[in-house]
Design a protein around this ligand. Structure first.
Ligand code: GLU
Length: 349
């Protein structure tokens, strides 16, 4: 017992004097509120994506005890401006860092508005078991009680932890760890804005260490069959929001613009207003893939519920919300247009 304690003590000393190598973690900055600046520390008005990666790193010197940290700036935008081109660039860069440049993990600083979509895209396209963690903040870097530095510290702790390996991509906010497949932004302004849609958080960071309760059920990263290495663009997929007396015009506009796929943020269990349904049936006849999802924040969109998916060749999004169903449909369409095969992807990922 005493010998083990001495070994651990020696290890801690060696790590602190840099004799045992710390994990090599790369921070990729993309902007967001974590890099936002306000004229006043108390105002809610600010501009996202102002501060550079080195400033973010310098603000949290405590991270240097956990890992060998370096950073790079990919873009500096509010995540409302995230797009396919940045996703492709980000995914390819992470694969290089983890598979060719010897990094042990990557932390991405990102705006919170579309963090869940980026996380899910990376979960399906990164080809490594090493940790990939997204962090952001709800308060800008100049606000009283800015949450960015704490979130960055926790994100690096999670990326540096051997416990995180093999879990796919995770978001780390407010000390909570949530799998990319489950994570959703649920509050416009609160620091506790991230929840797991149909599951609970899967772990937490405490005292600079990551702890987990569950393993991911859905396939991810190295198990994923999607590969964007040679892609310069992604198929075009739009989302149509459902409501009472819904206009069919937005859906028709996607059809006229020859989009490859449309996701319905339907009412209830992915139901359509009848005029929208008619456009969806015609879209299928033209070869456009249609995925039914729901505007309800939780619960599955069931296959062959009130809508006969088999008959109309629609795909049910199952556990995916509309914005993540869109990500999966885009990747699915890089491989097939067969709706049955796409339905299988929704079961697996
Ligand atoms: N629109 C900003 C963004 O997503 C604000 C949200 C945030 O980062 O907290 O980048």
């Amino acid at each position: 017992m005493k010998t083990w304690r001495n070994v651990l003590l020696l290890l801690a000393v060696l790590v602190s004097v840099n004799i045992v190598a710390k994990p090599k973690i790369r921070i990729i900055a993309t902007g967001g509120t974590i890099a936002g600046v306000s004229a006043s520390s108390t105002s809610s008005a600010y501009t996202a994506g102002q501060v550079g990666v080195q400033t973010l790193i310098d603000a949290v010197p405590q991270m240097l005890y956990l890992a060998d940290i370096s950073g790079e700036q990919l873009v500096n935008i509010g995540s409302q401006d995230m797009n396919d081109q940045v996703w492709l660039k980000l995914s390819k860069r992470i694969n290089e860092l983890l598979n060719k440049e010897g990094y042990d993990g990557v932390v991405i600083t990102h705006g919170t508005d579309t963090m869940e979509e980026t996380a899910y895209f990376l979960n399906l396209t990164v080809k490594s078991n090493k940790p990939v963690i997204l962090v952001g903040s709800m308060r800008s870097s100049t606000a009283i009680s800015a949450d960015g530095p704490g979130n960055l510290y926790a994100g690096v702790a999670a990326a540096a932890s051997p416990n995180t390996k093999g879990r796919g991509v995770l978001c780390c906010m407010n000390n909570r760890l949530i799998y990319a497949k489950d994570v959703i932004k649920v509050h416009t302004t609160d620091v506790a804005t991230f929840e797991a849609a149909n599951a609970g958080p899967v772990g937490y960071v405490y005292n600079g260490e990551a702890h987990y309760f569950t393993k991911p059920e859905a396939l991810h990263t190295t198990q994923s069959e999607f590969d964007v290495t040679n892609l310069e663009k992604l198929p075009q997929v739009g989302i149509v929001y459902g409501y009472a007396n819904c206009s069919p015009l937005p859906f028709q506009a996607f059809v006229d613009a020859k989009f490859d796929g449309v996701v319905l943020a339907g009412v209830g269990d992915g139901n359509f207003y009848h005029e929208v349904f008619d456009v969806a049936v015609k879209a299928r006849q033209k070869g456009i893939n249609v995925v039914r999802s729901s505007r309800c924040p939780t619960g599955p969109t069931c296959l062959n519920g009130e809508v006969d998916d088999e008959k109309y060749e629609f795909v049910a999004a199952l556990d995916q919300n509309p914005q993540k169903a869109r990500v999966l449909l885009m990747l699915a369409l890089t491989k097939t247009r067969d709706w049955k095969q796409i339905q299988e992807y929704f079961k697996k990922y």
